[in-house]
Design a protein around this ligand. Structure first.
Ligand code: HPA
Length: 238
């Protein structure tokens, strides 16, 4: 029962999915965090792996970049593979002065001016919340593991904001809602989850900040990503 973008059987996908943007990060997570990972999708090299984490079946499936890409994979996984929960684990930027590089952020919801919802359903929604159930689990595990998790609103943008000629002008496009993070996928995931009555969350590590211009080592980035991956896995299997 392949779909246009996923080439495996329903039984190959677990009901809970961790979703990095980068296919090679999906491979990294599968090989370093899952027991007995099996490659279940390689259509377009958008790798998906299913294995177990502490005995519970988990799929790690890449989303690619941007709302159109994550929108397709979230739709097919929820609709045709009966996935219940997807947690995006990605990177983000920030132009909030309280946020530092490598902070881990849990999105309370995403603001977006994309045409996605209008084309799909003829509606125009600006802000969509993530799911309380999965957010509560993530917050509880963050407390247990002493992860200083920041919780707040996300901007989902159709452009990589760092490529805008005028960053100030880019920020002027958004209302004053104390956004913690800016990225390019959360709205697409939350929208599809809500449309299909499923759960979705989004954890992010800050890799670009207007107020923190330190340069990071590869090791610092990897440690922070590992902390986020572990937090997501512990929460999703609960
Ligand atoms: N903007 C949007 N998406 C991102 C960024 C950013 O600065 N960093 C990582 N993903």
């Amino acid at each position: 029962m392949a779909t246009p973008h996923i080439g495996c059987e329903k039984k190959d996908i677990a009901p809970i999915v961790l979703m990095p943007g980068d296919p090679l990060r999906a491979k990294y997570i599968a090989e370093n965090f899952l027991e007995n990972p099996k490659l279940v999708n390689e259509v377009r090299n958008m790798f998906g792996y299913t294995g177990t984490y502490k005995g519970k079946r988990v799929t790690v499936f890449a989303s690619g970049m941007g709302i159109p890409s994550i929108g397709i994979y979230a739709y097919e996984l929820y609709k045709y593979y009966d996935v219940e929960t997807i947690v995006r684990i990605g990177t983000c930027g920030s132009f909030n002065k309280d946020i530092k590089l490598l902070d881990v952020i849990l999105s309370s919801g995403a603001y977006c001016k994309s045409y996605f919802d209008e084309l799909l359903d003829g509606v125009d929604i600006d802000f969509i919340q993530s799911s309380d159930t999965i957010n509560r689990k993530i917050m509880n595990h963050a407390k247990l593991k002493n992860v200083d998790l920041k919780y707040g609103k996300t901007i989902t943008s159709d452009v990589f904001d760092l490529y805008c000629d005028d960053e100030q002008k880019f920020r002027g496009n958004f209302p004053d809602m104390n956004f913690l993070s800016v990225e390019m996928e959360a709205f697409g995931l939350f929208y599809i989850a809500k449309k299909l009555g499923r759960e979705a969350g989004c954890l992010m590590t800050v890799v670009d900040s207007l107020f923190d211009k330190r340069s990071l080592t590869a090791e610092q980035r990897q440690n922070s990503l590992n902390e986020m991956i572990e937090l997501a896995l512990e929460s999703i299997i609960e």
